[in-house]
Ligand binder design. Structure first.
Ligand SMILES: Cc1cc2nc3c(=O)[nH]c(=O)nc-3n(C[C@H](O)[C@H](O)[C@H](O)COP(=O)(O)OP(=O)(O)OC[C@H]3O[C@@H](n4cnc5c(N)ncnc54)[C@H](O)[C@@H]3O)c2cc1C
Length: 515
């Protein structure tokens, strides 16, 4: 272990913890300072009603990096899954629900042509998604190459696309910037099928199904092993990461909010906590979002004006709310087989419905007919609620951060809309509700210190991706102020519980990387 001041990691979310673990394993002295009284950030399991626990923000893992799980020995450090490869069940008010299992449609009334087209469509989209997923471990290329080595990541991306073969390469380049709505129109007739697929393209974004870039967002989500439920909630991923970091020698200090990143001698000098304590650092690695890190903790005065402007204009207005219900029994969803209640349920009867739900957010209103991704994790995981009772966790869109009416005034009405909609699909559920918690993007910003309460710490779109993420000139983890690194979801490859940003940032620091 090195002597001298530690590398200070700001934030014990999953990316901060991954960075800490890799740095400590490489022999660096590491101190993680976390504002909350627990680890996890937006990947945390919390009690929201007496004896009912829930994954408070992220509730499924789609993209968790298998290599990180293996390298850091997360299974040895306690990570277990209650279920992997959940099916997707598209809720319908009438008839049998559509059920998607990997690349097969296993239930629901869809035309034969859709049934036949579905497998090849998903397989092709997975090949496209794999191209993007292959970039997760690569530091984005420099736009102006100083050395040939800097050009390699761009060449590797080009090669990955080329290796798709002529037909797939053409199709990838054609669809990647398109709206998911148009791609689905070309492929299928069933509104229910198109609605279910469109959900994956817009969750966590400020996009509708008719927005350009929604295929890119769909491919980002498709690039992992499929939806899974960690036992004990998503927080258990971070508990395992924290155990891995500690066992490698990292220290984690909770209840230690950072007030400022201090600068001196031509680079970062350390951090000052809100308590007034100053900590000297060999380097500072921040998993807080880019606006928080660069504008609030570092201060725009330490950045070139143009870079500060770019960070200021980073689009990071969240649109996803979370609803948590403590239930006295298992809800019965219309058209859903009893054995499927614990699968991933989506509420979006058509791709048009998805776009109409988004329309409201464009004008700073909430959707009165929102889309939802629902899980009832207690079907598979008895650790979250008393025996026989259940927890329902729903991501609800669109609930814009910047609601014109203000969330204080609108919170009750929005929750009522969501409960009414749930009651239509699960008659009697309202009578089962023992307690409810609604988190709007403003609540998420306050409780989890994420600017705008945004899923990705900043919209994930092609103009804010790869070498443009979070902003041009600061896309390679090392910031223009010497000794400062970003390692959170605001960096490449973006949000979702992945861990690659933390791992990449640690690698860059260890290699002495520059912006
Ligand atoms: C509503 C919603 C639902 C989501 N659902 C899913 C899902 O189902 N699956 C999925 O994969 N992803 C989901 N996500 C996205 C996912 O939760 C995030 O992208 C991911 O958790 C971000 O991890 P991170 O480590 O980069 O940052 P964070 O988890 O935000 O961690 C940053 C940490 O830094 C700390 N911090 C911030 N400022 C300071 C400071 N000044 N001093 C000290 N500490 C500080 C914070 O307290 C926090 O612990 C969802 C996001 C939202 C908003």
């Amino acid at each position: 272990m090195t002597e001298g001041p530690p590398v200070v990691v700001i934030g014990a979310g999953h990316n901060g913890l991954a960075a800490a673990a890799y740095l400590a394993r490489a022999g660096r002295r590491v101190l993680v300072v976390e504002a909350q009284g627990h680890v996890g950030g937006a990947a945390v399991t919390r009690e929201f009603a007496p004896r009912f626990r829930v994954s408070s923000v992220a509730h499924l893992t789609h993209l968790l990096d298998a290599e990180i799980v293996r390298e850091l020995g997360l299974r040895r450090h306690g990570l277990e899954f209650a279920r992997t490869r959940l099916r997707t069940v598209a809720l319908a008010e009438q008839g049998e629900a559509l059920v998607l299992d990997g690349n097969r449609i296993v239930a629901g009334a869809v035309p034969d042509a859709d049934r036949a087209a579905y497998g090849p469509f998903i397989d092709r989209m997975r090949r496209f998604a794999a191209v993007l997923a292959r970039q997760h471990h690569r530091v984005p290329p420099r736009l102006a190459w100083a050395r040939w080595r800097d050009a390699l990541p761009a060449a590797a991306l080009g090669l990955d696309i080329r290796r798709l073969g002529r037909d797939d390469m053409r199709e990838f380049l054609r669809v990647v910037t398109m709206a998911i709505y148009d791609v689905l129109e070309e492929s299928f007739a069933s509104p229910a099928l198109k609605g279910a697929l469109a959900v994956d393209a817009v969750l966590g974004t400020r996009l509708g199904s008719r927005s350009g870039n929604s295929v890119f967002s769909y491919l980002h989500r498709l690039g992992g092993g499929g939806p899974a439920l960690p036992r004990g909630g998503v927080g258990s991923v971070c508990d395992a990461l924290a155990a891995a970091a500690r066992s490698a020698g990292a220290e984690i200090r909770l209840d230690s909010p950072v007030a400022a990143i201090t600068v001196g001698g031509g680079g970062v000098a350390g951090v000052r906590l809100e308590s007034g304590e100053s900590i000297a650092a060999a380097a500072v690695v921040s998993s807080a979002d880019p606006k928080t890190t660069l504008l609030r903790l570092l201060g725009a005065r330490h950045l070139e004006a143009e870079l500060a402007q770019r960070v200021h204009h980073l689009r990071s207005t969240g649109t996803a709310a979370k609803l948590h219900l403590a239930l006295s029994g298992l809800p019965r969803f219309r058209g859903v087989a009893a054995g499927d209640a614990g699968e991933r349920l989506v509420l979006a009867p058509s791709a048009t419905y998805v776009d109409e739900a988004f329309n409201a957010a464009k004008y700073r209103r909430y959707s009165s007919q929102p889309i939802m991704e629902i899980t009832v994790p207690t079907v598979h995981d008895g650790t979250l609620a008393p025996a026989g009772q259940h927890v329902l966790s729903a991501i609800v869109q669109f609930a814009p951060y910047d609601l014109a009416a203000g969330w204080d005034a609108a919170r009750g009405r929005f929750q009522e809309c969501v409960l009414e909609l749930l009651e239509r699909h699960a008659p009697g559920i309202r009578g089962q509700v023992l307690a409810a918690e609604l988190l709007t993007p403003q609540d998420i910003e306050r409780d989890f210190r994420i600017s705008g309460g945004h899923w990705h710490h900043g919209e994930l779109a092609l103009d804010q991706a790869l070498m443009l993420r979070p902003v041009p000139g600061a896309a390679r983890y090392a910031m223009p102020v010497a000794g400062l690194y970003l390692c959170g979801a605001g960096c490449h490859p973006g949000g979702g519980v992945i861990g690659a940003a933390g791992r990449n940032a640690a690698r860059v620091l260890l290699a002495g990387g520059s912006p």
